[in-house]
Design a protein around this ligand. Structure first.
Ligand SMILES: [Zn+2]
Length: 89
């Protein structure tokens, strides 16, 4: 089987291989939230080939990166590190 698209973990930068158990994370809006509370929700999804090309989705290579992503999300409301967020824009 040939991978036509190569995916990279949005946390550690590892390349996706065939045998890896990858996950995807999507940030959505919270319909109601209190002042000062996070306005996004963190959704963890199993890897899905069709959705993996969605630009709004983050790719995670495994449990430890999923934990890191959630930690970042809970700390500053974003999955990308401060550095990555700056270099992307
Ligand atoms: Zn990773």
């Amino acid at each position: 089987m040939v991978w036509d698209v190569s995916f990279t973990c949005d946390i550690c930068g590892k390349k996706k291989g065939e045998a890896n158990h990858w996950w995807m994370v999507m940030l959505g809006d919270v319909p109601c939230f209190d002042q000062g509370q996070p306005s996004h929700r963190f959704t963890l999804l199993p890897w899905n080939m069709a959705e993996s090309r969605n630009p709004d989705i983050y790719h995670l290579c495994g449990q430890s990166c999923a934990m890191t992503a959630m930690e970042r999300f809970m700390t500053h409301g974003s999955i990308e590190s401060e550095l990555a967020a700056h270099s992307r824009r």
